[in-house]
Write a protein that binds this ligand. Structure first.
Ligand SMILES: Cc1cc2nc3c(=O)[nH]c(=O)nc-3n(C[C@H](O)[C@H](O)[C@H](O)COP(=O)(O)OP(=O)(O)OC[C@H]3O[C@@H](n4cnc5c(N)ncnc54)[C@H](O)[C@@H]3O)c2cc1C
Length: 427
């Protein structure tokens, strides 16, 4: 009897599930709808040779499961810390640059302390970290300078949701991770997301005999007696053996389409990235912005990538207007870092709008489906559970789905959970 795991979706969650299944000799095959794997975490390779990621992705050294995955695929050393001496933060209103530490421990040094941080602010941050009730982040911190210099940028970076709405409990999880010794270092891919994450994962799977098949959209699940018996793909149908299993590592709207009636989150937040083609610096540099539309920029040898998270206000503006506005704002900061950049001389640019970059992570209980809705089918994806929807939660969800199925045997499908899955210690 075959015991193959069919994984639908070749994003981080699907690749993580496949790596977990194959770690102890299991058989896996990944079906990906797009021409390349990676999902929301990928490098764009247009014919004109201007290669860049869809959007900058950062990891923290606290993201232990992702770092483990990087070690498994031999890519840990490809993720580097661009700013070991604290993150340069440029204030667009005062045109001043200072440095800020991401680990709360580093705030003991005045040179790494966020602007305006006072003892009462620390008390509010502690309240946020340990509050039993979920509330919007801004309602706990209040209208204080620290909101502008630390809390809002951190909230949109981690939760891609404005602090006026964002879940304090999800942010608290991230802060608890950052406070761990050694957890507050920011990492970026040395060369790019595909080269430093997706391709090594696919190569590791290939070495283990697993395939990742692009251009294979799942149109429909064929089911019988609460089990999946077949996958109707774009141009063929794969029938499952009696011991086969399925993991849907898909965004919530695809899960809802394939399994109508399952409760899933329906609100999303966009992220907009602008990539400027200019000679940058030999080693990647990273800079944060306050008081501007741009929130941060990653400087690579061939281009500068600028991120606007929770970008509702501008995502429908013309790409050319947004690129011009952001370039004028960031040019002085880039000059401060030693780059040749003039506000009047805008380089070639590309705008990438990810309209459903993540679910909206507001302070409310989001609809959650059962993780094992059919006897031989489990769900994975960054949006499951109550952690920030990031690479780390996608990795954990993939591992968790594989482990659920391994232990499910002939179990009946699970009933929906009344509360969102708490995955802080799970998976
Ligand atoms: C611009 C941007 C910046 C981000 N920045 C960060 C960051 O700094 N740090 C961080 O940790 N996270 C960041 N994230 C979030 C991170 O990218 C996601 O959390 C993670 O990639 C989600 O992985 P996933 O596998 O759950 O979902 P996805 O990446 O969405 O993967 C789902 C896959 O399923 C495929 N698919 C869909 N429908 C079908 C179908 N019917 N059949 C077959 N395949 C299908 C899709 O093509 C896709 O490849 C960012 C996201 C974006 C968009």
């Amino acid at each position: 009897m075959t015991r193959r795991t069919h994984i639908v979706g070749g994003g981080i969650a699907g690749l993580s599930a496949a790596l977990t299944v194959t770690a102890d000799g299991g058989e896996a095959v990944v079906y990906e709808a797009a021409p390349q794997p990676g999902g929301r975490c990928r490098t764009l390779q247009p014919a004109d040779g201007f290669i860049h990621d869809n959007g900058t992705h950062v990891l923290f050294t606290a993201n232990g499961r992702t770092l483990d995955l990087l070690r498994t695929i031999g890519a840990r050393d490809r993720w580097i810390e661009p700013e070991p001496n604290g993150l340069p933060l440029y204030d667009g209103r005062t045109r001043e640059m200072h440095h800020v530490g991401l680990s709360p421990w580093s705030w003991l040094f005045p040179s790494r302390r966020p602007r305006g941080l006072t003892l009462p602010d620390l008390a509010r941050i502690l309240r946020l970290v340990f509050a039993a009730k979920d509330s919007p982040v801004a309602s706990i911190i209040g209208a204080r300078p620290i909101m502008d210099s630390l809390i809002e940028p951190l909230t949109v970076a981690v939760l891609n949701t404005p602090a006026t709405q964002a879940s304090s409990q999800r942010l608290a999880y991230a802060l608890r991770q950052l406070v761990r010794p050694g957890g507050g270092h920011l990492l970026v891919a040395k060369n790019g997301l595909s080269e430093d994450l997706i391709e090594p994962a696919v190569a590791t799977l290939a070495a283990r005999g697993a395939s990742v098949l692009p251009g294979q959209r799942l149109r429909m699940l064929l089911t019988s007696h609460e089990r999946v018996i077949g996958l109707a793909l774009a141009d063929r149908t794969v029938m499952l053996g009696p011991g086969d299993r399925v993991i849907l590592a898909l965004p919530p709207y695809e899960v809802e389409r394939l399994l109508p009636g399952l409760p899933v989150p329906t609100s999303f937040e966009p992220i907009l990235n602008v990539h400027y083609r200019i000679p940058g610096s030999a080693n990647p540099r990273f800079i944060g912005f306050t008081g501007m539309l741009a929130q941060w920029a990653l400087i690579r040898p061939t281009h500068v990538s600028v991120t606007v998270s929770a970008a509702d206000a501008v995502v429908d503006h013309s790409a050319a207007d947004v690129a011009t506005r952001i370039w004028r704002e960031i040019a002085p900061a880039l000059r401060d870092l030693g780059l040749e950049a003039s506000g009047d001389c805008q380089p070639e640019s590309r705008v990438v709008k990810e309209k459903r970059a993540t679910i909206r992570q507001a302070a409310e209980i989001l609809p959650q489906p059962p993780l094992l809705p059919l006897a031989n089918l489990a769900l994975a994806g960054d949006w499951l559970g109550s952690l920030p929807a990031t690479i780390e939660s996608a990795v954990m969800a993939g591992e968790h789905a594989a482990s659920l199925l391994r232990h499910a045997g002939c179990l009946r499908p699970s009933t929906p959970r009344a509360r969102p899955l708490k995955t802080e210690d799970a998976a």
